[in-house]
Design a protein around this ligand. Structure first.
Ligand SMILES: Cc1cc2nc3c(=O)[nH]c(=O)nc-3n(C[C@H](O)[C@H](O)[C@H](O)COP(=O)(O)O)c2cc1C
Length: 219
């Protein structure tokens, strides 16, 4: 499965089968998380076979079912921590999809009190990602159109269109897709509009999709 195919196949899945993730798949995911931590200084951790993280009223309210594996996205309280977690968390999400797993980004509806105990007190817990073999593969989200998010007028080069299409496949908090994409002196730029609490996490996720599909670095 290519990364673009993974973007198209990925949808949030909140209910999981009672099937353990095999050792070789864990090793593969753990190796990617370690590589990211080494390169970025983030403190990403993957927890397996633990009910605690989604054992709460909020998680049940969020319709989560049988979540026993999750990725914890945390790191030093730097200015860009949310965007970094978005960018690298989505790399893990798409890799998990390529390995046959399903995921759901979760900012709110998990047992935050318990998961906070897993990280250092001086670090920020940004979000978690539920992980496992889904009861279903989920379904495509309702999406804005290309015209609704592109702000630069004129003919769109193929690489730019590919980037925008991939950006529209990205998960965003409450599916708000509150971003605009344009070019500045020929280079792509993405900005969030509005004030949602997860907007910089969304920005990192959307940038990752755009960059992988377009082959261009976003400003
Ligand atoms: C930063 C972030 C936080 C999210 N938080 C939650 C959450 O707390 N509970 C939940 O059920 N879904 C959460 N989601 C999942 C979104 O609702 C979902 O990604 C969006 O509706 C788009 O659907 P899709 O992922 O199937 O494409 C979150 C997504 C993102 C990106």
């Amino acid at each position: 499965m290519t990364i673009i195919e993974a973007m198209k196949a990925r949808h949030s899945v909140r209910g999981f089968r009672k099937m353990q993730i095999p050792a070789e798949i864990r090793e593969d995911l753990n190796a990617l998380a370690e590589k990211i931590n080494e390169e970025t200084g983030l403190a990403i951790d993957i927890i397996y076979d633990d009910r605690g993280g989604f054992d709460s009223r909020l998680a049940r309210y969020g319709k989560f079912e049988n979540v026993v594996n999750y990725i914890v996205l945390a790191g030093d309280k730097d200015e860009d921590i949310d965007e970094l977690c978005g960018y690298y968390g989505e790399q893990l999400v798409l890799h998990a999809q390529q390995l046959g797993l399903n995921t759901c980004w979760v900012g709110l509806t998990f047992n935050k009190k318990l998961v906070k105990q897993l990280i250092r007190p001086d670090q920020k817990l940004v979000a978690v990602i539920a992980l496992g073999y889904g009861l279903t593969q989920g379904s495509p989200h309702k999406s804005k159109s290309i015209d609704q998010v592109v702000v630069t007028k004129g003919e769109m080069p193929d690489w730019f269109k590919a980037g925008v299409e991939a950006a529209l496949l990205a998960p965003t908090a409450m599916n708000q897709q509150k971003f605009v994409i344009g070019t500045i002196e020929g280079e792509p730029a993405i900005e969030m509009v509005g004030r949602g609490p997860y907007r910089y996490v969304d920005l990192g996720i959307v940038k990752y999709h755009f960059e992988k599909a377009s082959g261009r670095k976003v400003l």
